[in-house]
Design a protein around this ligand. Sequence first.
Ligand SMILES: [Zn+2]
Length: 302
Amino acid sequence: MITPPDTAPPITRPYIDVHAHIGDTINRAPPVGQTIEKYLARMAESCVLAAIPFPAAGGPLARGVLDTRDQNQTIAAGCRAYPTRFPIGLTIVEVRHQRAGVDELERAMRDDGLLGFMVHSGISGHTLGEELHRFLDVVDARGGVAMIHVGGRGSEARAAAYARRYKHTNFLMAHVSMTKDQHHLAVEHLAHLDNAWYDFAQHPPDADESWGIPDLVERFGAERLLFGSDIPYYDYRILQRQIEAAPLSEGVKDGIASRNAATFIRRFRPDWQLDTAPVQKPAGFAGTDVWAQQPGKPGRLY
Ligand SMILES: [Zn+2]
């Protein structure tokens, strides 16, 4: 049972979102996407004060790696325009771009200041195997960030193998608890890696206590769990409600909501401080419902 977000009490705890896709996913119906300004409008209404943005998987690719470059430069532009809100950003990689994709990753890290990459193997059509090594070589040499979507089918074990191989890379393991079986696979393979942090985006509200948020804290560590929204696909206020309602101390909740992510961000931007002033809703979204759900799909946004 999902609590309708509009009838629940407002969130007042500061949040940092480590899982924000910017751009469009065009290979599904309806297409889903958001600009950096639309995301700022959502942040303004949900007490999210900062985020780590990266492109949406399944974006336009008619021009191949040139489209990827555009996606990456959109992220870099957002980080430059709003440095307190988006202190670090990531690229997207498509393994089918091969050497050209590796070159674009190197370019974006060198010229645009992006810190590594996000990869969604399911949408991009690969299996988190050796095909990603040449991209991870680039990130590891620079001590950057690799954000890996996991979700069953052996992905947890393969993501763990990356973390053991690439010890200078800081891994964000995304979606570690979407189903009960997958939760336990993630615990088995991904917990207690020295160089991994974890989000539990889209953790279902009806999870029983064998895989509830307290179990995530116990298994993955209170200081390694991060809030990740998976915006624009999911109304992440549902997850915020779960965190707020969880039987955990306020200190642990503060850690998950923002403190752990702030510590992570300062590994790369030591001088960055969380701006605790609310995000201002961009004027163009005044009076707009930025949480409109897809018909018949609770929690699914456009
Ligand atoms: Zn995602």
